[in-house]
Design a protein around this ligand. Sequence first.
Ligand code: ZN
Length: 417
Amino acid sequence: MWTQLALAVALVVTIWSTPSTTIRYDGHEVLQILPQTIEDVHKLISLAKKYHLDIWKSPRYLNETFDVRVDPDQITDFVHDIESLGLKADHWITDVQKLIDEVTHTRNRRATFSIGAFNDHNSINSYLNSLASSNPRVTVHSMGQSYEGRDIRYVKISNNVGTNKKAIYADGGIHAREWLAVTTVLYFIDQIANNPTQDRTIEALLGKFDFYFAPVVNPDGYEYSRNHDRMWRKNRRPVVSGCYGVDINRNFAYHWNPDNGGSHNPCEEVHSGTHATSEVETKILQNFLCSHSNLIAYLNVHTYGQYWIYPWGYTPILPSDYRDLDHLGRTAATAIRHTHGKVFTVGEDTRVLYAAAGGADDYAKGACGVKYSYTVELRDTGVHGFVAPQSYIIPAGEETFAGFKAFATELIHYEHL
Ligand SMILES: [Zn+2]
């Protein structure tokens, strides 16, 4: 009996303490630096590249911080270099692993799906299937398979009345570690499909639009981020020996250019790929975006920084219809602010400071003609960054969905739909 018990305990201990391949971030800091000029921003980006650092956030406007993760061996040298530029580094997160552990500790680890939890890819797909089988408004479809063979699913939500409707599409999880983007798209799905509060606005929107939602468009990266490396961003294709993954949101075939906000180096977080559309996930998304000619709006959902921004990402030159995009973005941001007080900045992707070519939003607008194409960066602005706690899921869903409803409602009036 005791032997069996001891064996059982030993087994449990072994399972729990299996030297897993989980990557740890003990002592890693996230520094916030406030650049004074555009030149400062460029110098900071070069410096981060020199140290091969993980840039968490580049400022899009002056008076915003440059956030960067630094490993313990590099902190002294890096801070010295920052100071020699005449800048000051604030130690925002002093131990990334501690933050991950705190958030994980309070995490709901149930395998069953919940709108208020960070669910795994399998249970998300099962949820989409069960929704489709129980709700006549919902159909579930596959966009295709990821590099590792995971099914990239999306739902279509329609009241099935009328023809030739315009459509709105939103997706999440293109960057693996941005889990709150996944939960927020799932929140949208639940609200529109089930309309739990019998909101008449939702019924009105379904009278004018069909909706498409894909909660996890980079499932390999997402699962890797859940199981092995909380800070993973890219997909999981082996590129060169020892380095995996391409940043899908730098890989789209519209003015693709690794020298413009991306990287040629496969070991870096923003690797743009060896050529445009080198990744199967990019190809799948491009096909989806261009094959639905009724799409009028697209939200590519990310964390963090609280932005509602529009193309172009590859150039500071504004699109000719930027006033329309700006107006609709401001409508969304106002509704967001009125929900939980969060302030979202609206503007063009690049706006002088930060360019990134090869993004999904540029492709949707430039290559597929989806007029209202946005990148939405959810909360927060400097508390948890990428390591959003479970307690953010519902409020982030509520405020972003309020923005989404206001946006779609205004779109009906603005475009005379
Ligand atoms: Zn992102």
